[in-house]
Ligand binder design. Sequence first.
Ligand code: ZN
Length: 90
Amino acid sequence: MIINYSELAVKELINEVLQAYASQNPGTCKCERCKNDIMALALNNLPPKYVVTDIGRVYTKAVFDQVGGKAQVIAALTSAIQRVRQHPRH
Ligand SMILES: [Zn+2]
């Protein structure tokens, strides 16, 4: 199967990053629509990293190494959260 490491990394971190951001910024929406908008925006700002893999052969640690580190993904998510917060579509 084909997977995008960037997508895996974003899905892995979305809840953690959104939770942390919301605790600092009360009123941050965490509904499914906003979450999906945040993930889409973050992914548009991260380089895609497609690989072919067997099901069950994906490890989180390797995922972050492949996409340039956890910090880069957190930064993309944080700026996406800020944009969605200013222009929510829910
Ligand atoms: Zn929302």
